[in-house]
Design a protein around this ligand. Sequence first.
Ligand SMILES: NC(=O)c1ccc[n+]([C@@H]2O[C@H](COP(=O)([O-])OP(=O)(O)OC[C@H]3O[C@@H](n4cnc5c(N)ncnc54)[C@H](O)[C@@H]3O)[C@@H](O)[C@H]2O)c1
Ligand SMILES: O=C(O)C[C@H](O)C(=O)O
Length: 313
Amino acid sequence: MSKVTVVGAGNVGATCANVLAFNEVADEVVMLDVKEGVSEGKALDMLQTAALLGFDSKIVGCTNDYAQTANSDVVVITSGIPRKPGMTREELIGVNAGIVKSVAGNILKYSPNAIIVVVSNPMDTMTYLAFKSLGLPKNKVIGMGGTLDSSRFKCYLSKALNANPTEVEGLVIGGHGDTTMIPLTRFASYKGRPVADILDAETLAKVVADTMVGGATLTGLLGTSAWYAPGAAAAYLVESIIHDQKKVIPCCVYLEGEYGQKDICIGVPVLIGKNGVEEIVDYKLNAEEKALFEKSAAAVRATNDVLKEINVL
Ligand SMILES: NC(=O)c1ccc[n+]([C@@H]2O[C@H](COP(=O)([O-])OP(=O)(O)OC[C@H]3O[C@@H](n4cnc5c(N)ncnc54)[C@H](O)[C@@H]3O)[C@@H](O)[C@H]2O)c1
Ligand SMILES: O=C(O)C[C@H](O)C(=O)O
């Protein structure tokens, strides 16, 4: 029996739960929210698609009742406020740090063995907060950002190539911020060919720029941040854990010297299986990529420092 809890049944959390149930990733999916009745209502609505879509995962909704989340294998934390147009993710720290810290503590009481996937923004700092405050081993706390950013990178690459996104490879490392993301164009390929051999430099630079502000672009269009791709990206990560798929996925994890960084959670390629982080994969970065990674880490560290200023760490 596999069980996944999603905390926060808002746009991202509910989408994630829906994808998990539809793809039968787990036998049981629990949604928990503080808003009375919302999780219960969304769970019932999703269950009423089962006969139409043909899945048999159990879906449970609850209002702040952590007992219902007991013995989850994986818990996805999406609780917290999203940004509005014109805001950065970092501006959410004041509200979201308190929410993430208290939710993570409650989760641990009922699911001491769970792997925690952090989605709430600013995600790199929220992952660091969860890791530091829970005291779990580093393989068990994973931030979801690079999974989504890489999917957006593949989307923009596929548009530029006039190709199917599933035939494009590409990964984004670094922080999950408008200026901290690093789409690795040198490793991106289409049907095995480096994209730099197919696209001109100007087109490739635009793909990179569009990827980096992918979340901000959608926030401008929607009035709140995106949810379909974020929810699907979180579910993709959960699936690699629950089904021990050992996919290499860019994820935000605690580093102890890997990629030249220590005491930070930031996006790097990670082999994800039933133990969560099973290996940090060492892509050999060139000097330019290393410099970008250092700059990205410095920016993430500056946001982490705010946790102490606001007394949550
Ligand atoms: N890491 C990523 O790639 C990524 C992608 C998209 C969104 N996000 C972030 O995810 C978060 C959620 O975004 P959203 O669009 O779903 O927002 P939303 O407002 O639609 O949903 C958030 C939900 O969290 C709930 N919530 C608040 N406090 C809670 C608590 N203490 N316990 C349980 N539930 C609580 C709210 O009631 C709400 O239903 C935001 O911080 C957003 O920035 C991250
Ligand atoms: O852009 C946001 O604020 C939400 C999320 O981090 C995203 O990239 O969609």
